[in-house]
Design a binder for this molecule. Structure first.
Ligand SMILES: C[S@@+](CC[C@H](N)C(=O)[O-])C[C@H]1O[C@@H](n2cnc3c(N)ncnc32)[C@H](O)[C@@H]1O
Length: 323
C-alpha cells in the first residue's frame, strides 16, 4: 500500500506532525507482520485479475466497481475465487465487475439511517475509527468527502480493503492497520470522526470519546454508534461473560448514558438520531460469511433475547459537535 497521497493530504490539512510519525509506524508494522494467513491473503490480492473498471458507483447501496461486461471471458470465476480467499466478508455489500459480495451485514441499511442527519461531507476530512474493511469510507467518498482515513487493527479487513482499492488506486481513502491506541496524543484536525460499533468493546468508554474529540477540529462532528439497552433503570448493561456470543463486550449503555458519556468527554449538542433493533435482514449468514450470525445469537424461543438472556441487539446513532 502506498500512503504518499495520505501524507500529502495530511500535510495540506495541518496534520504534518501526524504524517511524520505515521511513516515509521507503518514501516515498522509491515516489516514485522507475521500473521499466519498473511501470505495466503496477499497471494489472493496479487492474483486478482487485472481489469479496468468502466464505472465506479459509490452512492448506491452496494459499492460498485466496474460492470460485468468489463470482465473478459472466463475471468469472472477467477475474480470470485480470489475474493473468496478473503472470507469471511462481514461489511458491505460490494459489487466488483458483476460479482456481488453479499456480506454478513447489509451495512447500507445503517448508512441510510444516518446519511440524511450528518453534516454534509463535501470536501471534508474524515476519520473512521474501527472502519472494518472500509465499506462506509467508500460511501463517504460517494458523498464527496475529501479524504477518508480508516483505522482498524484486524488484518483481514485491511486485506479486503486492499483488494477493493487495487481496482481504484487513486481513490482518496486509506486504511491504517492500527487500533485507536496508536493515535497520537496531540490534536488532529478532522472535520468528522466516525466511531461505529467500537465503544462497547472499549474498557473506558469516556476515554474513547475523548480520543475522538482530540481528533476533531472546532465545530467538527462526532458520529458515534453503539449497541444500547432499552432500560431506564440501569445506566449500562455489563455482561457477566458473553453478549450475543461476543466475548469482548464491556458495557452497553442506554441512550441517556450514551449522551452523558459524550458530554462528559467535552462534546456539545449530543443527540440520538436513530435507534433500531437489528434484524436478520440486516445481519445474516451468506455465501460470503459462513459462520454463525444473528439468528444463532438469539434465543430460539424468544427472539427478543440473546442466548445469554440479555435484550436482543439494538443499536443507536448519536451525533455531537466539538465546541
Ligand atoms: C463491530 S465492528 C464495526 C465495523 C464498522 N465500523 C461498522 O459499523 O460496521 C468493530 C470494528 O472495530 C475494530 N476494532 C477492534 N478493536 C479496535 C481498536 N482498538 N481500535 C479501532 N478499531 C478496533 C474491529 O476490528 C472491527 O472491525
Amino acid at each position: 500500500m502506498n500512503y504518499k497521497r495520505l501524507f500529502d493530504v495530511l500535510n495540506a490539512c495541518s496534520m504534518q506532525r501526524w504524517a511524520e510519525i505515521l511513516e515509521p509506524q507503518l514501516t515498522d508494522y509491515f516489516n514485522n507482520l507475521n500473521h499466519g494467513d498473511y501470505s495466503r491473503w496477499k497471494a489472493s490480492i496479487d492474483n486478482l485479475p487485472a481489469i479496468v473498471p468502466s464505472q465506479i458507483i459509490l452512492d448506491s447501496d452496494s459499492v460498485q466497481i466496474g460492470k460485468a461486461v468489463d470482465c473478459p471471458e472466463g475471468i469472472a470465476e477467477e475474480l470470485k475465487q480470489q475474493l473468496q480467499v478473503l472470507m469471511p466478508w462481514r461489511k458491505g455489500p460490494f459489487n466488483l465487475f458483476g460479482c456481488l459480495i453479499d456480506t454478513e451485514w447489509r451495512s447500507d441499511l445503517k448508512w441510510s439511517r444516518l446519511e440524511q442527519h450528518i453534516k454534509p461531507l463535501d470536501d471534508r476530512m474524515v476519520l473512521d475509527i474501527g472502519c472494518g474493511n472500509g465499506y462506509y469510507g467508500w460511501r463517504m467518498l460517494g458523498n464527496n468527502a475529501r479524504h477518508i482515513v480508516g483505522l482498524d487493527p484486524t488484518l483481514l479487513f485491511y486485506m479486503q480493503f486492499s483488494a477493493i482499492k487495487k481496482y481504484i488506486p487513486e481513490a482518496n481513502i486509506d486504511l491504517l492497520p492500527f487500533g485507536i491506541q496508536k493515535l497520537p496524543d496531540f490534536k488532529l484536525n478532522f472535520d468528522a470522526v466516525f466511531s461505529m460499533g467500537v465503544i462497547y468493546h472499549r474498557r473506558d468508554p469516556i476515554e474513547h470519546v475523548r480520543q475522538c474529540l482530540n481528533c476533531l477540529k472546532t465545530g467538527g462532528e462526532l458520529v458515534l454508534e453503539s449497541l444500547v439497552i432499552d432500560d431506564e433503570n440501569i445506566d449500562a448493561l455489563i455482561p457477566n461473560d458473553r453478549y450475543a456470543k461476543m466475548n469482548n463486550v464491556w458495557a452497553i449503555p442506554n441512550t441517556a448514558t450514551m449522551i452523558d458519556w459524550v458530554e462528559q468527554a467535552g462534546f456539545q449538542n449530543a443527540r440520538i438520531i436513530d435507534v433500531t433493533q437489528t434484524t436478520s435482514d440486516e445481519q445474516r449468514q451468506t455465501e460470503w460469511m459462513k459462520f454463525e450470525s444473528l439468528s444463532d445469537f438469539l434465543n430460539k424461543e424468544d427472539k427478543s433475547q440473546t442466548v445469554e438472556g440479555y435484550p436482543a441487539p439494538t443499536r443507536a446513532i448519536l451525533l455531537a459537535d466539538k465546541p
